[in-house]
Each structure stands twice: as C-alpha cells, then as structure tokens.
Design a protein around this ligand. Structure first.
Ligand SMILES: [Zn+2]
Length: 547
C-alpha cells in the first residue's frame, strides 16, 4: 500500500493539540484542506515525499487556529478606516484628535471615530455636541463609545439626520438631554439609528475594500474562524451577499459564522440557514439583546444601580415577547445567542432557555449567553444544567475603568463580576472572543493575557480583579479554539489538531507555556494556515522564503 504524501509537514517540540491542557513534541502532516496525521516526528516521517514542504519550528508553539466566538465583521472593517479615540484623556483631546483626522480624509463626508471612554478622562467635562462643533461645525461627526452602545455626535450630524429638540425617545434608549431638557448630542441604544442611517451609506466598493483589509488582519492575528454577531449597526452595514461573493471567489481566508437578528421573522431565518452552509460561510444561529451596558446604565439588574437608586435598567424587549420568540425559534431547531450583562438580564435569558426546554423538550440546542458581566450566584450552575454556553471576552473586564464600573454597581455586586472560572468549574462550556471593534484590539493575546492574569484596567500586573477567577493557559487556549468550534456545532471538524480535521493552524513566535505571563502580550503569530493554505506568514520568519 502506498502512503499518501503530505503537502506540508510542521514539527515542533511544543504542539498544543487542544486534546489536553499541555503541549507535546511532535509533527503534523497536512494534505489538501485536512490534517492527514498527527504523531511523533518518526511517525510522521513516512508522509514526507519529494514535494512535501517540511518545517521544524524548534520550541515555538503550534496550536489550532484561534476562533473568535464574538465579533462584528463589517463594524470591525469600518473601524479600520476610522479614528481610535481610546487614548484621549478629555473631551477636548477627543475633539482635537477628530479635527486632525478630518484633515487626513477630506474626501469623506462623515467623520467616524470609535472607542472614546469618558471613564478615563482626567477632567469632568462631559461630552457635548458643542465641543465637537467648536472644531468641526460644517462636517458631520459620529463617535462610537468604547462599549458600542452609544454615540457622540455634532450638530451637523443631528441636522442631516433630522434630530431636533422636538424628537421623542425610542422604546429602548434615549436622546440625552441636559437639566434644561436640551439635547447634548449623546445618543443611547436605538436613538443612534437615525444618525447611523445617514453616516453609514458606504459604496459597495468601499465595503469590499475594508472587508478585505479586515480579512488580512484576521490572518495576521492567527484567527482562522470568527462568529459575526448581530448588532443594530448591521441594519446599515451588513452584507451577506458580499461574504458569499468572497467565498465563491476563494477569498475568505477566515471562516465566517453568521448570526443575524432574532426578530420574530423565522421564515427569513430559515432562508438564511439554508442559503449559507459552506465550509467557509455558515449560518450559526440568531442573536438578540436582552439589555445594554453597565456604564450606559442600560444593563438590566435585579436591584437598583448603586449610583442611581431609582433605576434597575430594563430589558430591551418585553420579557413575554422575548420568551415567545425563543420558544418558537427553538422549536424549529435554531440556536439563540443573547447579549446579557446585568444579573436580571442573564436570569431572563436563562429563564427563556428553560422555558424552551419545558415547551419543546430537551435537545442539543447550545443556546448561548454573551458577556455575562455581573451574574447572580444562584444562576451560575444553571448554565451547565441547561447546556447553555458561556461566551465571554476577558478583556472587557480590563476595558472600562474599574473604579467607575465598581461605583456604578456597588461593592456587593462587584463580587459577581466576570466569573469565568466559576462558570467553567460548574461544567459550563466556555467560548472566548474579542467583541471587536467593541474592544481595544482584535489580538487574541490580549484576551488570553487577561483571562490568565485577571489584570484590571490599570494595566498594573499587581492589580488583579478576583484572582481566583483566573483560567490556566491551557483552559484559555482551549476555550478560544475547541470551545468556539463546539459553539458552532463544528467540533467534529474544527477546534483541535487531530487526524481528519480541517487544517486550521497557527505557529506562534514563541512557546506560551515557557514564558512569563507579561510576555504573552508580546507574542506574535508567525504562520497561519487556513483550510490547508498558508494565509499569513510574518516577515521575520526564517522560513518565509520557502513558501
Ligand atoms: Zn458584541
């Protein structure tokens, strides 16, 4: 019998297959889009033929490709051509940066910025449209807050969108007003939509250009699969036809899993489910918001906010409507993913999933809750009992100023913040991701670093937030690979390095298991293989000339 010869053989003293929590020495043979065999270097030797490319990576870590379980594809693509305002330390500094950026893009009508966060500002000046008007009165400006749930606009933007003092608030969200009842230019939740509709009229050409740019960035970070979660901005930016076009042209160098809105229209959902089922572009469930965010005071809590004793927040949808939508979608075999941040929102999402089991019977539904920022201790064990996946983004914990965050929820609830390890210990499935661009970086290393260190927003390695909630490195890597593959019902073909699985692999420039924690952030990807093809190689790699 002749043995099939591999296209590529990679070997290293440190291969993290994902089947255990530790790396082992060995080699991997790849043929076509699949892993032909995994074993010791001697066991893989027979697969090497005259046409096989063979590379030994010493002690550099080889692992399954990262699978970002929660991000926003077109919003991310847009962020690459907008200004990042995270480093600004006052409203005035934001305005100055926006002015500078506006000069760099004179051809664009709208000026788009992201990631401003007043929780880090040195002075107490609140954001206001007048501060932007003072520098840019004649071009519309829209600036997304770091948490992505509210925006700061100038008066030109409000004028073009038709936002006037007479406007009334939507069901979920509000046009912020000062103590005299006048607009401030801060638009919460659904109140953003009227402005975004105008700001996000992108040409098809621009959409394609920014999406391709984003695909390049994904491969550079070793991300071989992503899940695209519905966000309200999708009403203006989403373009599944464009994804399909790139898929057919063989240009999807990362696997896309799409999760459109759970909006009660299940006929539309059925069509999308049947339409997108290729190995690179797959429908992967329906998403909805149960609440908003902590700093926006739109997260839904069981007890009032500690700094605003008259409000608890409220659900984005009437609970009865929400539960009814879940039960009906579940009956047709759809998987639901719920954004839930406050303890009441998390409980409501779990109640809805429980009701689906009661009405439709138990099935392998893999319903999922996103973020899980402040959970009541009574609800932790319900995840594993109901088979609900915990989808978390560790770096969200280090994103908002911890001081501001803690003062909003108070000391009692502060104990219940981002309980990653508790969820894992009770047997819940965990899947990690970034929520990019509603996070500072797309780089998985930031998430891994925060997951294993619990370093808070100060960035000081001495300041850890609930250190007992640290994950081990092996647990974090597994949740970022196998955990997400399981979350897509694809653990039979993705998520670990095993014979017969699709060849999605990365080689890092060092061995994460052999370095101090602070070096995790410096770790870079040297090689990314998606579907058996090299989609990224770093310029530093000594092996670059061979490919
Ligand atoms: Zn998100």
């Amino acid at each position: 019998m002749t043995i099939k010869k591999a296209d590529i053989v990679l070997s290293s003293d440190a291969i993290f297959t994902g089947l255990t929590h530790e790396p082992t020495p060995g080699a991997i043979a790849i043929l076509g889009d699949k892993i032909l065999s995994v074993g010791s270097k001697a066991e893989i030797e027979p697969f090497i033929g005259s046409g096989t490319k063979v590379f030994n990576y010493g002690n550099q870590l080889i692992m399954p490709g990262f699978h970002d379980f929660h991000l926003h594809i077109m919003f991310s693509a847009l962020s690459l051509t907008s200004i990042n305002l995270f480093e600004a330390r006052s409203a005035q500094e934001v305005a100055a940066k926006v002015l500078e950026f506006s000069k760099e893009c004179p051809g664009e009508e709208w000026i788009i910025g992201m990631q401003w966060d007043a929780g880090y500002w040195h002075d107490k000046q609140e954001p206001h449209y007048k501060i932007l008007d003072a520098v840019i009165p004649d071009r519309p400006v829209v600036l997304f807050h770091a948490e992505g749930h509210y925006t700061w606009v100038n008066s030109k933007a409000m004028e073009l969108a038709g936002v006037t003092e007479e406007i009334s608030d939507p069901d979920f969200g509000r046009y912020e007003r000062d103590k005299n009842g006048l607009l401030t230019g801060i638009l919460y939740e659904e109140a953003q939509q009227i402005v975004l509709k105008e700001a996000l009229r992108l040409t098809q050409n621009k959409k394609e250009t920014i999406l391709k740019e984003f695909l390049r960035l994904l491969s550079q970070y070793g991300i071989t699969s992503v899940n695209d979660l519905f966000a309200p901005i999708d009403d203006f930016l989403q373009d599944y036809d464009l994804f399909e076009k790139l898929d057919k042209q063989g240009e999807l160098s990362t696997r896309f899993h799409i999760t459109p809105e759970l909006d009660g229209n299940l006929d539309k959902a059925q069509i999308l489910r049947n339409k997108y089922e290729s190995k690179k572009l797959q429908f992967s469930g329906l998403k909805q918001f149960v609440d908003g965010t902590v700093t926006g005071h739109t997260a839904y809590f069981l007890k009032p906010y500690s700094d605003q004793l008259d409000i608890c927040g409220h659900p984005a949808l009437d609970p009865e409507v929400l539960i009814d939508r879940v039960v009906k979608a579940d009956e047709l075999g759809f998987r639901i993913r719920f954004h839930a941040i406050g303890d009441a929102a998390i409980r409501l999402a779990l109640d809805a999933f429980e009701e689906a089991v009661r009405k439709n019977g138990k099935r392998d539904s893999r319903h999922t809750i996103e973020h899980i920022e402040v959970i009541d201790s009574d609800d932790i064990e319900r995840f594993s009992k109901l088979g609900v996946i915990a989808s978390m983004q560790p770096d969200h914990m280090a994103a908002s100023s911890r001081e501001v965050y803690s003062s909003i929820i108070g000391p009692e609830r502060e104990k219940n913040v981002f309980l990653t390890k508790s969820l894992l210990n009770t047997g819940a499935s965990l899947a990690l991701g970034t929520d990019f661009p509603v996070s500072i970086s797309l780089n998985p290393m930031r998430q891994i670093y925060t997951a294993i260190t619990r370093v808070d927003s100060s960035g000081d390695s001495q300041n850890t937030w609930h250190p007992e909630q640290k994950l081990t490195l092996g647990e974090a890597l597994q949740a970022y690979t196998y955990g997400s593959a399981y979350g897509c019902f694809r653990e039979h073909e993705l998520g670990t390095i095993e014979e017969g699985k699709l060849a999605d692999l990365v080689v890092l420039d060092r061995n994460l298991f052999d370095i101090p924690e602070c070096e995790v952030l410096k770790t870079k990807v040297e090689l990314t293989i998606n579907d058996g093809k090299v989609v990224y190689k770093s310029e530093e790699t000594s092996l670059s000339s061979i490919f």
